[in-house]
Ligand binder design. Sequence first.
Ligand code: DGJ
Length: 728
Amino acid sequence: MGIFYNQQERVFRLDTPGSTYLINIVDEEGFLCHAYYGRRIPDDNMAYLLRLNPVGGPFKTSGQQASFLDQLPVEYSGHGLGDFRESCLRVETEEGYRSCGLTYLSHRIYGGKPALPGLPATFGGEGDCTTLELRCHDRYLDLEVCLLYTAFEKLDVICRSARIENRGEKPVTLTAALSACLDMDNRDFDLITLHGSWAYERMINRRPVAWGKQGVSSLRGISSHHEQPFLALAEHAATQDQGQVYAMHLVYSGNFLAQVEMTQQELLRAVIGIHPQDFAWKLDPGGSFQTPEAVLAYSHTGLDGMTHALHDLYRNHLIRGPWRDKPRPSLVNNWEATYFNFDTEKLLDIARTAAGRGVEMLVLDDGWFGCRDTDTNSLGDWFVNEKKLPGGLKYLADEINKLGMKFGLWVEPEMVCPDSELYRAHPDYALQIPGRPPMLSRTQLVLDFSRQEVRDCVYSQLHKVLSSANIEYIKWDMNRALTDVSSLCLDADRQGELFHRYVLGVYDLQERLLRDFPNLLLENCCSGGGRFDPGMLYYSPQIWTSDNTDAIDRLRIQEGTALIYPLSTMGAHVAACPSHTNGRVTPFDTRGLVSLPGCFGYELDLTKLTEEELDMIPGQLENYRKYGPVFHDGDYYRLASYGGNGEYDALMAVTKDKRTAVIDYVHVMSRRRRRSVLLPLRGLDGETRYRSSETGEVRSGAGWMYGGLLLPEMKGDFTGKLIVLEAV
Ligand code: DGJ
């Protein structure tokens, strides 16, 4: 494992346990070519894959330079010099010139991984990973680019980013600065992306790669409900546990592009990074720009291998802080219980009912500040509404603490309502274009988080609130996309920086919050799952998955989410019935089963439950206490998908030592089965014998995996079971 340079072959070799990545320096000019990425191989010399020959590839003669470049698999594509595929780097000089191309300059290899200033990024020490800094340049522009690659020791993951430096004497504007590029042959690949909408996030979408460009993107200023900054290329025959899969995922929370392009020679170029549209970053002489990080994962064991690599990377090398490895507290959130209609007594009623059943935390959602009784005012006024909450947050938190529970609070720091004290005092704090009335959404405007004084103003209010009471958890919400993206404080030639500066501002504030309140448990949220991305995970170990709290709709949402995110990151709550999202009625215990694998909680008025339902809560919490760690820290396997079969859903988690496995089975739509169903399990130790909690039967792991688990016969729709296998 590690990174090596073979001077004779002029090849960089990046090895992870199961993959090899080769970069060739080609030609006296020093083009940085991408020779190979795939299953681990011992050879350094794979230059034949570049097809630098007259027969099948880009043969360079002095007269054929441009068409040579259009076929060459490269590490980081430039622009305007013959490579007409997607450009990773585009520039505009003061004179308006736009061409750029990179060649090798120098390199450095070292243990560990550098932090990316101001940006979330994976981390690792000397024993965890090795980094290659590959410096290249455009010799005519005095532009240097440092391509960063980190190969992980125990994971088939390579993280990439680029730092672009202006070494010249004149400013230059970057009009594209993507994070990574992957050129390769098309091996009958499918493209997998996660598509969605509000309350229906991260639906898995798989289709064959076609000619031309295809992919996903966001221009909303957030990673969005609609697309995920992720793509995977899976061999058409790849299944859950077989075949090759390549994934790219961006550690970023704003506009992005994730795209694959199939060109004339059936070469693929996959790219990922900040969306070049609405992006223009002016680099003054001596200035540098760091792109967000792209995670590349490789699997030759199907989607499982990709999922496990990403889950382990995020759990161990992205999520930080004391809550990373701790069981997350079960909670009750009052949003769907009361919406804005609550007072201290109502909250304490809910808390008493919750505490009596063992729930660990009460989260007070929207409506506790300013004079907010509807969603039309007060965002920006982060001081408690004493009319609703006499004695303030301190009294409430103390009373809740006396019940043995923690207290958590909702905030939406990035926003301001026109009807607020903050807006009346500082109308210029909102993003706006002078002379054009700004677009409202949910009666709110977006604060200009690129400005230090705006962030300071919000932060000093938040700091005061958090210091006023024992608040152990914050739900950081964000309820609209960015429009009118213009800052009153940026020069005209820097307005194109604003989308990115805004995201950096959000990161800055979350970092400050965690620095000043290091034990705080932060949960990010964005009208549900509109900013469920790896960037946010660097600050909050859990994210509210979706505003859709219907258990059956949640099956697909959580399936898509779990394809790339650890179960420990998904906020999942038992909500009221009929569902506030779609009116569906599902049994209380099934709602519990669907929420169990995530960060478990309740999102309903507990005081309105029947005795029978209330009696189920201690059992649900006991399951969460016992099996939450198996779901959160173990290996996840998707066994069956209701989205695919229309009948039932099953997921499984196995502890790393393979002693315990939990199968979460939801029988969605009942129908008479012609014969009982055997569901092959995965991830067990073939030799170890396991006992089923369901039948008491003892079988070898091999028996459970290759013979299969006989699905319980269940009557009625929306039922389910938790089945535990323990090694004997
Ligand atoms: C959107 C969130 O996703 C909900 O959970 C809730 O916090 C509301 N905002 C409050 O306005």
